[in-house]
Design a protein around this ligand. Structure first.
Ligand SMILES: NC(=O)c1ccc[n+]([C@@H]2O[C@H](COP(=O)([O-])OP(=O)(O)OC[C@H]3O[C@@H](n4cnc5c(N)ncnc54)[C@H](O)[C@@H]3O)[C@@H](O)[C@H]2O)c1
Length: 260
């Protein structure tokens, strides 16, 4: 097959959770530019609709849907909607994240809420959508993890900033690390359904952070910058497409060489 064909997502139905967020928009854009039909789902439907409309104005095939990853019923409803409207699902990109825990001393209630969304909800939506994918003959799941699921917090990034910046929350490191193990588990469990499961572990994306943070951070990155809006498009299209057909259970660390 021609390499352009291998990388094309033409006629593929892609669900991305949290596709209107910071990295989510870049992922949605890249997937739609590769000719996929992209459905972005989150509890913030108005925001999702706005982002989808913005992409449609550019000729991209993007629509918004509602899902609250912590609510099993809403996941089942979305699964039904996808089946009724599109008849299939080819790709799931797990990008949603909630950050309810407030620092090291955050409450256990905050921790439980985080796990409901980021751990239990992640598994719930993945299992349901994998079932839909299997009904159509298979597909690809891409989990958006983080370099923080592989390494502890580098507190020197926050030197010269207010102390609260150093007060990193433990839940994020816990569930992002878990996402990588879940990726490998699912890669083995879903292989016989022709579903591949891979992860991307990005570093920080530039989103107007304070100058001092950018300075502290970028001097550790061989390519000398934070991630930009294009950086994640290639990796996600690659993992979603047939171009990566023999890659399963893998994690791409996308940090500009920070941990090389
Ligand atoms: N921002 C970064 O620098 C960075 C770095 C590394 C990895 N990541 C990863 O990228 C992904 C997106 O992060 P971001 O910083 O763009 O986040 P963001 O806060 O901008 O977006 C998070 C998205 O999750 C959705 N969401 C929240 N609660 C939800 C729920 N209950 N159900 C469904 N969706 C829900 C929101 O609608 C939002 O669109 C995350 O997986 C994160 O771990 C981000």
């Amino acid at each position: 097959m021609h390499v352009k064909e291998l990388l094309s997502l033409k006629e593929k139905v892609v669900l991305i959770t949290g596709g209107e967020g910071k990295y989510g928009r870049c992922l949605t854009e890249g997937l739609a530019e590769a000719d996929a039909k992209v459905i972005t789902a989150s509890p913030f439907l108005d925001e999702g609709e706005k982002v989808a409309a913005m992409f449609r104005e550019r000729g991209l095939d993007v629509e918004a849907a509602f899902v609250d990853q912590a609510d099993h019923e809403s996941i089942l409803k979305l699964k039904e909607e996808l089946k009724d409207k599109h008849g299939r699902l080819d790709v799931l990109v797990n990008c949603a994240v909630a950050r309810p825990v407030k620092g090291y001393n955050g409450t256990l209630e905050q921790w439980k809420l985080s796990m409901d969304i980021n751990a239990t909800g992640l598994f719930d939506i993945t299992r349901e959508m994998a079932d839909l994918m299997a009904q159509g003959g298979g597909g690809s799941i891409v989990n958006i993890a983080s370099m923080m699921g592989m390494f502890g917090p580098d507190l020197t990034n926050y030197e010269g900033l207010p102390e609260k910046w150093k007060d990193q929350s433990a839940d994020y490191f816990f569930h992002k690390g878990g996402m990588l193990t879940l990726t490998r588990y699912l890669a083995r469990m879903l292989g016989d359904k022709n579903i591949r499961v891979n992860a991307i572990s990005p570093g920080g994306i530039f989103a107007g952070q304070p100058e001092r943070f950018v300075e502290n951070y970028t001097k550790k990155v061989p390519v000398g910058r934070l991630a930009n809006n294009d950086d994640i498009k290639g990796p996600v299209v690659f993992l979603a497409s047939q171009a990566s057909a023999y890659i399963n259970g893998e994690n791409i660390l996308m940090d500009g060489g920070m941990h090389a």
